[in-house]
Design a protein around this ligand. Structure first.
Ligand SMILES: *[C@@H]1O[C@H](CO)[C@@H](O)[C@H](O)[C@H]1NC(C)=O
Ligand SMILES: *[C@@H]1O[C@H](CO)[C@@H](O)[C@H](O)[C@H]1NC(C)=O
Ligand SMILES: *[C@@H]1O[C@H](CO)[C@@H](O)[C@H](O)[C@H]1NC(C)=O
Ligand SMILES: *[C@@H]1O[C@H](CO)[C@@H](O)[C@H](O)[C@H]1NC(C)=O
Length: 427
């Protein structure tokens, strides 16, 4: 009895509290909704050419439209055509607004300390497997995103690059020790790491050597944002924290393909090493096929008359099976040459797949689909193929590095992914 009577007022109190909370909750929801619609409207009116799909503008009073003129001075205003923001993106409008926001606000601090003769230099030549890494290092140094004031920074860049060390024949074990000593020196010298235990720090490495060299620092792997070229879940890639860096072998030997469908007479193409199970199966099942051009031999990139690259121009679909590393430059090659990439892989995070809708310009298959590969590709109608091809041309700029960087190129896409990640870090 005593217990129940003692309980009752408590229950009542709880009930009152919960009513209060739900009231507060709905007020809060209302406030958030108001804020959201307000933000939506102001964002809408700061955009130079409102999308025709959103017809709200027609019914709004002139007083709101005036805002548009003042908003024109806002830096969101670029000479973009809304046609650029098509459904190759998951959310074209969000991408457009957020991208402009990033361009105007994003700041990164680059740690300077480190022995320039060991490891953190920009690779001298921006080619080969290190190209994506090298371009990133060079781009960020000359970009508007760099700040010399760590207090202004949203994120901190730890410039680890194993290029030099590898060139000098440093052992993997020693690289790990060198990287560990370097990062530990940053941790004890600067206050920034300890505030989040590295969560607002990132590093960029295309070669898997760079990934291995960070293994001496569990917090770097666990907390920091890793932009890496081998984003497979079974090698510790954490998709909502890490970033899939596209591996691009630049310069390209031949110009970009596109709008050349009549020349694409081969259904599918692949030539490469059989250095993974899926590649062995691909070659075994399809090597003698008359419609699929599958060679279980690598065609040297240096082969005269650019035989390898020209095959990309002649094919509709280019098969991209995982190799010894899941990623390879083949995906970026396919995109560049206008050949629809056919991703044949399980557990693989495609570059920028939180921004780009890969199914709009690629064919994404599981490894077990290899046995029906030809049937799957033949079922894709000409109209669907044309749509895929036209979309592929639209994404080409996102898979290309430039110095200096250009809006929407691979560098800006990586920066945008970093910008998205920084929202989740509370400091
Ligand atoms: C690794 O570091 C040790 C100690 O500094 C050195 O003696 C050794 O030569 C290094 N090995 C390589 C391959 O760099
Ligand atoms: C950060 O924390 C580590 C471990 O507690 C400590 O050794 C280091 O001195 C700290 N860094 C700073 C700048 O206080
Ligand atoms: C198709 O191939 C021919 C021969 O290589 C070339 O001259 C022509 O420009 C190509 N067409 C297109 C649209 O690229
Ligand atoms: C493809 O042709 C070669 C040469 O005729 C033959 O040795 C091989 O077994 C064939 N492969 C398949 C999968 O039929």
């Amino acid at each position: 009895m005593l217990m129940t009577s003692a309980k009752q007022p408590q229950q009542q109190q709880q009930q009152q509290l919960s009513t209060l909370f739900s009231l507060r909750g709905s007020l809060l929801t209302l406030a958030i909704l108001t804020l959201l619609s307000f933000t939506f409207l102001s964002l809408k009116y700061s955009s130079p050419s409102p999308s025709p799909r959103l017809s709200l503008s027609d019914s709004l009073p002139d007083s709101l439209i005036i805002d548009q003129h003042s908003a024109n001075h806002h830096q969101l205003d670029h000479d973009d055509d809304d046609e650029e923001y098509t459904d190759i993106y998951h959310s074209p409008r969000v991408f457009k607004l957020n991208f402009a926001d990033m361009e105007n606000n994003f700041k990164v601090y680059i740690y300077e300390d480190g022995d320039p003769n060991t490891f953190y230099q920009t690779p001298r030549k921006l080619t080969g497997k290190y190209a994506s890494e090298g371009y990133f290092f060079q781009n960020i140094r000359e970009s508007r995103f760099r700040t010399l004031d760590p207090d202004q920074a949203h994120l901190f860049f730890i410039p680890i690059s194993c290029h030099k060390m590898r060139g000098k024949g440093t052992s993997y074990d020693n690289m790990t020790i060198i990287v560990q000593n370097y990062v530990e020196s940053l941790i004890s010298k600067y206050p920034y790491w300890n505030r989040t235990l590295g969560a607002d720090h990132f590093f960029v490495t295309c070669h898997d050597v760079g990934v291995r060299a960070t293994e001496g620092l569990p917090l770097l792997v666990k907390n920091s944002i890793r932009a890496v070229c081998s984003p497979s879940y079974d090698v510790g890639f954490i998709p909502h924290k890490d970033i899939a860096l596209p591996q691009v072998l630049q310069p390209f030997a031949l110009p970009a393909g596109g709008n050349d469908i009549e020349n694409r007479t081969t259904l599918g193409f692949w030539a490469g090493h059989r250095n993974s199970k899926i590649r062995v199966i691909l070659a075994r099942v399809w090597e003698n096929d008359t419609e699929l051009d599958i060679s279980n031999n690598r065609i040297s990139r240096a082969t005269g008359h650019l035989v390898y690259q020209k095959r990309f121009y002649r094919s509709k679909f280019c098969i991209c099976p995982g190799g010894s590393q899941v990623n390879s430059a083949r995906i970026a090659d396919s995109i560049h040459y206008g050949c629809i990439p056919v991703i044949l892989s399980n557990y693989y995070d495609l570059p920028f797949n939180d921004i780009l809708d890969w199914r709009k310009f690629a064919v994404v298959l599981k490894e077990s689909d290899v046995y029906q590969l030809k049937q799957i590709l033949k079922k894709i109608s000409d109209a669907e193929f044309v749509t895929l091809h036209n979309n592929l041309v639209k994404v080409q700029r996102h898979f290309q590095w430039n110095t200096p960087p250009i809006r929407f190129d691979a560098f800006h896409m990586v920066m945008y992914d970093l910008w998205l990640r920084h929202h989740t870090i509370k400091y």
